[in-house]
Design a protein around this ligand. Structure first.
Ligand code: ADP
Ligand code: MG
Length: 226
């Protein structure tokens, strides 16, 4: 039997607030195979971003286990988790999160500089070429359209060739045309890398491009019918 790339077991996430304990994720279980593309859909506030942040090691569960490549990331120390994240995961956010004082090329270079690997300049150039933005390499984020900024963010997330790509509403702030360009590039790069992809989206068109659609309602998962 093929071992899943990602295995989520009995995950709960709750927060203590002034109004009392709130349960964000409720006994979530999910298995994802290497190379699969999963769409995570559901209404606002249902827990999509929270689940993605847990999978990305940016948040820790209140209970349960998250195995990625046979490692329980919920048990790693902060330092090990940071280095695991850096080596394995690329994240794309709805609002791009580029560094405004850096050019497009400099933004793409950041994760490589942190990893201290060879050929930073060449690899960053290649990544910008793949997203069709090499001509804009010296431009700052404020000089780029939303779609172009998201393409830079894609180049930055994928320049380290991550095995797992997490995208939180990657087309949520884009017009239809730019969203389609970003989607096309995202799937092309996923295929080239053979990476596993989990996308949170409100777009039916984007969700249908994935191998599987999972719905989340009030912190509980179910398979979605499309
Ligand atoms: N740090 C936090 N403390 C308290 N509540 C939170 C926290 N993070 C998220 N929530 C709540 O968890 C619920 C799910 O949020 P989120 O995962 O962002 O939903 P979605 O991405 O599906 O819109 C929301 O009700 C939100 O207000
Ligand atoms: Mg969200």
């Amino acid at each position: 039997m093929v071992k899943p790339f990602l295995e989520i077991k009995n995950i709960n996430l709750s927060f203590q607030t002034k109004a009392g304990l709130i349960q964000i994720l409720n006994d979530v279980n999910l298995e994802v195979l290497q190379g699969e593309a999963i769409a995570l859909v559901g209404p606002s506030g249902s827990g999509k971003s929270s689940l993605l942040m847990l999978i990305g090691g940016l948040e820790r569960p209140s209970s349960g286990q998250i195995h990625i490549l046979n490692q329980d990331i919920s048990k790693l120390s902060q330092a090990s988790l940071t280095s695991f994240r850096r080596d394995t995961i690329g994240v794309i956010f709805q609002s791009f999160h580029l560094i405004p004082t850096m050019t497009a090329l400099e933004n793409v270079m950041v994760p490589l500089e942190i990893k201290k690997i060879d050929g930073i300049f060449q690899k960053s150039h290649e990544a910008l070429e793949k997203v069709g933005l090499i001509k804009r390499k010296s431009h700052y984020p404020a000089e780029l359209s939303g779609g172009e900024q998201q393409r830079v963010a894609l180049a930055r997330a994928l320049v380290t060739r991550p095995k797992l790509i997490l995208a939180d509403e990657p087309t949520g702030n884009l017009d239809k045309g730019s969203g389609e360009v970003v989607t096309k590039i995202l799937f092309e790069l996923q295929e080239e890398l053979g990476s596993t992809l989990i996308i949170v989206t409100h777009s039916d068109a984007l969700a249908k491009k994935c191998d599987r659609q999972i719905s989340i309602h009030d912190g509980k998962l179910s398979d979605s019918c499309f």
